[in-house]
Design a protein around this ligand. Sequence first.
Ligand SMILES: Cc1cc2nc3c(=O)[nH]c(=O)nc-3n(C[C@H](O)[C@H](O)[C@H](O)COP(=O)(O)OP(=O)(O)OC[C@H]3O[C@@H](n4cnc5c(N)ncnc54)[C@H](O)[C@@H]3O)c2cc1C
Ligand code: SF4
Length: 292
Amino acid sequence: MSQIQLDKGLLAVYHKTLFTTSASYDVLFKQDNSMNDENLGDYCQILSAKSSISGQDGGVATSLLLSGVQKGLFEVVIVVQRTEGYHAKAVATSNIFEIIQARGTKYLRVPILGLLNDLVAKGKRKIAIVGSPCQVQAARKIQQKMLTAYPDLQLAIVGLFCFEAFDHEKLKDALQKQIGRDLDKVEKTQIHKGKFIVTFEGKESYIKVHDLYAAQENGCSLCKDLTNKFADISVGSVGSPAGYSTVIVRSEIGQKLLDGVDLVKGEVNKDEIIKLALIKTCRAADTLAAIG
Ligand SMILES: Cc1cc2nc3c(=O)[nH]c(=O)nc-3n(C[C@H](O)[C@H](O)[C@H](O)COP(=O)(O)OP(=O)(O)OC[C@H]3O[C@@H](n4cnc5c(N)ncnc54)[C@H](O)[C@@H]3O)c2cc1C
Ligand code: SF4
């Protein structure tokens, strides 16, 4: 199945239950002791933390991957690295330097599932991925389908929160026209409190996310999952102080990734996360209503 087919197919999946039966969902990753919240999903623990890695927020996503490699929880991980300018691609690696090099958010929708299929075809059975909710939902579908042929297949999923992603060319165009910045030259991008902030030569400038609507990827306005409900462990920025990551542990694999990682804890604000999750759900409902 090609990446494009999967992404298009996902649009149809958003408004249906992801798994055919709740039993298959439970088998894949649900914990007995998990709590359920409509907006946050199933989880066993929620915290705010920063690691010793300087990442997008608290560097927790990268620290979890390094922890997984060190504990032998997976043989290979798919990360997303910047290539030329702000372009990005998925890379399969077990090299800790490449994992560290991949830190930082690229606000783009990057195909990763073709690589997942390739790794399984090459005989890899313990694989980790990092991805946004749409990528994770598709990966779980693939995992579910593959379990019959490969019962020993194990996926460890670090899910990123996601409100929207952008088309590279449209985003570049908007930034150039509105604030005179070249996306391909920026050192860092960050969305914070409705602002798309770019760092160039150490200086920050911003554009309102609202003004980037036309650059948003197709399908994002129909997407309902902010917190990556089907990941083993989710990581985002909303709900935490600057420089910290919000972490939602959802499964035993997620807990194993987190165990022993050296973290400084912060205070998590669940209401802030729920508020943004509700805005995303309402946006999807409004978009659907407008389509008719
Ligand atoms: C498109 C997008 C939109 C987001 N929107 C929000 C939001 O609205 N609210 C919020 O709280 N958080 C959002 N996030 C998550 C947030 O930006 C951080 O990625 C998260 O807090 C983890 O930070 P960290 O410091 O722990 O990660 P780091 O340690 O810096 O690691 C980041 C990891 O993310 C991976 N990655 C980077 N870009 C992509 C990508 N495009 N696709 C797949 N993997 C990628 C890298 O491979 C790396 O492993 C978004 C992320 C993405 C990719
Ligand atoms: S908003 Fe949804 S569809 Fe868009 S990139 Fe994020 S997870 Fe994918």
